[in-house]
Design a protein around this ligand. Structure first.
Ligand SMILES: Cc1cc2nc3c(=O)[nH]c(=O)nc-3n(C[C@H](O)[C@H](O)[C@H](O)COP(=O)(O)OP(=O)(O)OC[C@H]3O[C@@H](n4cnc5c(N)ncnc54)[C@H](O)[C@@H]3O)c2cc1C
Length: 464
């Protein structure tokens, strides 16, 4: 039905009259979508509102808040923690039509964008101007800037550039009652009062909907180097990191560790080639980025090989070889998917505790499920491990037991249950294992202050 044929009164008609025919999707256009990653569950919602300006976002929120409707913000739906899940009566608010790059300023090294612009589009716009937007994740083609801000996305370059939080200079957000908060700061330093943008970074759409952002750009390196290193033990992994952190201090960008069995699994089930001539207990992908990158890396790895601190290493000689090395690491997504049914965890913990934690977890799981499978890899230098676990076809009670086996030991070693993927719905009920009661009470107070009717993404992040 076209907007001219609609009459005020029904929720969907009201929204169409407010933001136009192209602004609202219903019926099969809703159920044909998935509600997150992996793309398994059909989206449920009364309709999808697709405003094309901050003012339209504000109108939709004002209306929904007054009518007692729940609003679930959607970016690219690549989130892994169930943060974008909705119910049949909810209004999904997708930022997909807020997709303009407003400006790139090479002098100030900033880019001003709408929240619905895909991450990959921002990366290539920066590159077109000889600059770098450093956040990089496997879902770059679909994940949006708004989604990466809402989840404070990390990725493979956090070690050098920090997570999304460090790339956002300013932003614009709309509160649950429709109030537009424009905090489009463009300065590196601005201590004039509270840093309001932080309320919306990493809060997963529970405090406001991000509609625009000012992003910080970096210099695009003239050279970089990618190496694949095999080592005999976890202690050697830590020594390699320690050595590279000194020798390549200014240029070390990625330090991705693959646990025993990871490379063997990738090579057995994919067309990727083993970058090394044999298999090793642990493998590490190292990337350096900067004018002195290749020389520093080559010298350090040569010296470590000579002293037996590493077993083998290869440095990519060209972009194709570098891509082949990354393909082995990035095949993790396909290997995890093949472990169906598979439970994915994104934990944070001190590097010194990592190996003992993984060994103990494996033992705990195998004691209960002798056929349990684990795939472990991670951004080790950021203290972040991704663990995929399969215990076969699992009941709700079995899944909860696996969750507890992973999460319960974390508090005692200073760990966290969400290093970069956020809490969403799937980790909400475990939050109290890693955050204190006063911290959670303050989160609830903030939520009640900014969104007293629980209009925005209700039931996510904060335990009930
Ligand atoms: C293959 C793959 C690899 C990944 N690798 C990484 C990785 O290395 N590091 C990492 O951190 N994550 C990673 N992720 C997770 C995911 O890509 C990120 O969480 C991403 O930031 C989500 O962006 P999105 O636009 O898809 O958001 P969505 O999935 O649509 O939403 C995620 C959350 O943000 C909220 N939200 C979305 N847009 C807005 C907005 N404009 N304002 C307010 N709230 C909003 C949603 O309500 C939801 O709670 C990966 C995912 C996949 C599928």
């Amino acid at each position: 039905m076209r907007s001219s044929e609609r009459s005020p009164g029904s929720i969907v008609d009201d929204l169409v009259l407010m933001i136009g025919d192209a602004g609202v999707l219903e019926g099969q256009d809703v159920s044909d979508r998935f509600d997150g990653w992996p793309p398994e569950r059909a989206l449920q919602a009364r309709c999808i509102a697709r405003p094309n300006s901050t003012e339209q976002v504000s109108k939709v929120l004002q209306y929904c808040n007054a009518a007692g409707l729940k609003v679930i913000p959607h970016g690219g739906r690549t989130g892994i923690s169930g943060g974008a899940r909705s119910g049949a009566d909810d209004i999904v608010l997708s930022l997909e039509r807020l997709n303009r790059i407003e400006s790139v300023n090479p002098v100030d090294r900033t880019m001003t964008v709408d929240a619905g612009v895909p991450l990959a589009t921002v990366q290539s716009a920066a590159q077109d101007h000889g600059m770098l937007y450093p956040v990089d994740i496997g879902a770059r083609g679909s994940a949006t800037i708004g989604g990466t801000i809402a989840t404070n996305a990390g990725g493979t370059r956090v070690l050098r550039y920090g997570s999304t939080r460090e790339q956002v200079l300013g932003l614009e957000a709309v509160l649950a009652d429709g109030t537009i908060i424009s905090s489009m700061n463009r300065l590196m330093k601005n201590n004039a009062g509270y840093d309001i943008k932080q309320l919306f970074i990493g809060t997963e759409g529970t405090l406001g909907i991000v509609t625009r952002a000012v992003l910080r750009l970096r210099s695009l390196s003239k050279s970089n180097a990618t190496a694949f290193v095999g080592v005999a033990s976890f202690d050697h992994v830590l020594k390699l990191l320690e050595r590279l952190s000194v020798a390549c201090a200014d240029v070390l960008t990625s330090f991705e560790v693959m646990w025993p069995g990871f490379v063997e699994l990738v090579i057995a089930h994919s067309t990727h080639r083993n970058p090394l001539s044999g298999f090793h207990k642990f493998c590490v992908l190292v990337e350096t980025d900067g004018s002195t990158a290749e020389k520093a890396l080559e010298e350090t790895l040569g010296e470590l090989l000579e002293h037996g601190a590493i077993d083998d290493a290869v440095i990519a000689q060209n972009a194709r070889q570098a891509a082949e090395i990354w393909n082995v690491r990035d095949d993790a997504t396909a290997r995890a998917a093949a472990m169906k049914p598979n439970i994915h965890f994104d934990i944070g913990l001190p590097q010194s505790e990592m190996n003992a934690y993984v060994v103990n977890l494996r033992t705990t799981l195998k004691d209960t499920w002798p056929n349990a499978k684990l795939l472990v890899f991670g951004h080790l230098a950021d203290g972040n491990l991704h663990i995929n676990i399969s215990v076969g076809v699992a009941t709700e009670a079995m899944l909860a037991a696996v969750d507890r086996a992973v999460y319960e030991p974390l508090s005692a070693i200073g760990g966290t249950l969400a290093a970069e993927h956020g809490v969403g719905l799937l980790k909400r009920d475990y939050l109290a294992l890693v955050r204190g009661p006063d911290e959670i009470a303050l989160m609830r107070k903030l939520k009640n202050t900014l969104d007293p009717n629980e209009t925005l993404n209700p039931g996510k992040v904060i335990p009930r």
